[in-house]
Ligand binder design. Sequence first.
Ligand code: ATP
Ligand code: MN
Length: 463
Amino acid sequence: MTKSRTRIIDLLKMQAGVTVQAKGWVRTKRGNKNIAFIALNDGSTIHNVQIVCDMSVFTEEQLRPVTTGACIRVKGELVPSVGTQQSVEIKASEIEVYGTADPAVYPLQKKGHSMEFLREIAHLRPRTNTFGCIFRIRHAMAYAIHKYFNDNGFVYLHTPIITASDCEGAGAMFQVTTLDLKNPPKEKDNSIDYSKDFFGRQTSLTVSGQLEGELGALALGEIYTFGPTFRAENSNTPRHLAEFWMIEPEMAFYDIVDNMDLAEDFIKYLVKYALENCAADIGFLNNMIDKDLINRLEGVCDTEFVRLTYTEGIEILTASGQDFEYPVSWGVDLQSEHERYLVEKHFKRPVILTDYPKEIKAFYMKENPDGKTVRAMDILFPKIGEIIGGSQREENLETLRRRIVEMNMSEESLDWYLDTRRFGTAPHSGFGLGFERLLLFITGMANIRDVIPFPRTPKSAEF
Ligand code: ATP
Ligand code: MN
């Protein structure tokens, strides 16, 4: 609650007649000898407040440093506005320049920069209209996620970021070490002696909080994690980051159908929350980025997701006659082109695909009686492909151990995890939602690098 200024979002809702003080960054300035107009933005809303400067009150000298990008303080009377979309504007009586932005070098002069250019100046892009919208929406979605789970009795469990478990082999991992890379301690066989490392063992950044999440669910009932995850894959696509945020609910006593029902309800809640609470920002993105955005968002709230098995999905894809880059047959992992064909061309709505071949899924997924498939479920979205991956977990100790052996994993290092099945095991399920994939959908942006403030991708980690 700062007393030294009124935020523009609040100021634009006030009645004319009061004296106000606004602080923010200049978007544009125009005018003539008699009058100047400044569009001021402070990040609280997509809307600018118009500042009117009567040039009998100010000298040209005073207004010269007020250029695009400069930071100023303005005091004045709030008066009814005729010329702008807003109902009020500020008739300035005082202007102080906090910081200038030399027009010869400030890079955000004109509107209409390409996303690629803005990515090169990612440290300044929050000052643009588009990225202001995106980061406000990102905040609102993070809040909505916590609200949804809190309202539904879930416990927010903090799973570790540095981990010694390589969760399911979900992805290649970034190693965490304090060893001297030029001269690491060696074992007799010349391999690295990790007992000398910081934790006395080899550790990495987590690829998923799920295994630890299961420990929580089998004690607390319903839990969720929401934190950064890391994958050291060389995936240069518009849908992959090396550091991304994931939401992972895990629920005791949920079967695969309960799991799908929760995921569908959750994602519809988030989309509705965005439409109701981020209307101005989404409206801007709809106009500037993607004219079909609001349509698509409303569409998701109103439609039931299609549910079908992987096997049925493969049948549709092979019967489609499409010339896919990666050919399809039963057993292959689906590529984004396949997922998007099902969603965008065939069903024209979100799809939940279930019962994948066990060979292409993780060891912990519950085996079906057919012995070939597991109770996995992926949710596929228009323009994105996979947005959620989840499953019912294998709760039977012996089946789980057999899977670990079949997949050449180390039973010993998973002993702590197997204890959940040894002692008081229970049916349970969970899923992972990629936060940035959700934001791609909600903002209509095309590249995942543009929905996270500081993207980390192969060969790129600025700031
Ligand atoms: P994909 O097949 O798209 O690479 P995945 O199957 O490896 O994803 P999971 O391990 O199932 O992904 O992770 C759960 C969710 O996390 C995914 O559904 C997706 O929304 C998100 N996700 C996975 N990898 C990334 C990534 N590299 N960058 C951003 N989000 C990701
Ligand atoms: Mn997945």
